[in-house]
Design a protein. Structure first.
Length: 336
């Protein structure tokens, strides 16, 4: 059981700034994100994109902003659970929550902050019967969390974008056998990566199947075989596999939080603009995932929401204890 003051669902820029604001008030944060790395959309979708509306930065690259926010949060020793999605939110006492992830990780927090951007980024799954039977550590994964987990394994990847190409190249030096299948002959990824994959195939360092779709998966306790079919010749093939990694991109959805009893309007969480609290006491929503009158989906607006949320969360966690706000220019940044 992980214990913290504030559990933050999401690890994008607004969530990272919330660590800083909460830290100034001596509250520790634990962040949970379904993506395998910190940064949210900025790191996953457009790390090299320039951003122009961050105060003090005429221009800053998305990943540079994330790196700076992490450095700013470091004094407050945040902890992270990455590559897992929060499935359940249970209130167990007047000021206590238990969050449970899809991998069974439990987080005990005094307050909860939902900072999930556009929502939980869920993988686009291929239409393959029985695929779900081999998820959660049984052979089928939709992102690579730890490349070493595939050492000396037979790995099948599916997809034609940058992620599929990049991981094929990387795992070719780790896995016992790497197979890449793609439904087309044309790739969507960077030309340099495409050339590297084609060269690996020519050198028989990987197996490459183009114009090919997944047909089925099978196994007992764990994945053992993957079936494919060539869409042009209708030739079918069954391959031994320890792991299948479909990489067809991610799509944002509210996911399990739709069933938590939150007030939701047009796929966003309704909040009180006094402190960005939700209709559930002790639960807040900040950033793009919330909605209110005149809402602007800007990172800097999320930073503002983080500050107000943190002061409200402090009062919620510490009822009756008065806090006198002091500017960081006077008080500095005191580490835990």
């Amino acid at each position: 059981m992980i214990t913290t003051d504030i559990a933050v669902i999401g690890a994008g820029p607004v969530a990272l700034f919330a660590i800083f604001e909460a830290g100034l008030l001596k509250m520790r944060c634990h962040l949970i994100d379904y993506l395998p790395q910190v940064g949210g959309q900025l790191s996953e979708i457009y790390p090299k994109k320039p951003i122009y509306d961050i105060p003090g930065y005429p221009t800053v690259l998305a990943q540079e902003l994330i790196d700076n926010l992490l450095k700013q949060a470091e004094p407050f020793k945040p902890t992270f659970t990455l590559g897992e999605r929060v499935e359940k939110l249970d209130k167990i006492a007047e000021r206590d929550f238990i969050l449970t992830t899809n991998m069974g990780t439990k987080i005990n927090a005094r307050a909860v902050v939902i900072a999930g951007g556009l929502g939980c980024f869920e993988p686009r799954k291929p239409e393959v019967s029985g695929l779900e039977n081999f998820e959660n550590g049984k052979g089928v994964s939709y992102m690579v969390l730890d490349p070493e987990a595939y050492r000396n394994k037979k790995v099948v990847l599916a997809g034609g974008g940058d992620s599929a190409l990049d991981w094929t190249i990387y795992l070719a030096n780790i896995a016992k056998e790497v197979t890449l299948i793609h439904r087309s002959e044309a790739f969507r990824g960077a030309p340099d990566s495409v050339n590297k994959v084609l060269k690996l195939a020519e050198e028989n360092k990987i197996k490459l199947h183009l114009n090919t779709n997944l047909t089925h998966v099978d196994g007992s306790e764990k994945l053992r075989v993957v079936g494919i079919v060539n869409t042009k010749t209708n030739e079918k093939l069954v391959m031994e596999a320890d792991n299948l990694i479909p990489l067809f991109g991610l799509s944002p959805k509210l996911g399990p939080m739709e069933s938590w009893g939150l007030n939701i309007e047009k796929n966003a969480i309704v909040v009180n603009t006094d402190d960005y609290s939700t209709n559930i006491e002790g639960v807040y929503a900040i950033g793009d995932i919330n909605t209110y009158k005149n809402k602007l989906k800007l990172i800097l607006c999320g930073f503002h929401e983080s500050a107000l949320m943190s002061h409200s969360a402090y009062k919620y966690i510490n009822p009756g204890i008065k806090y006198t706000m002091k500017y960081t220019t006077v008080n500095g940044v005191n580490e835990f």
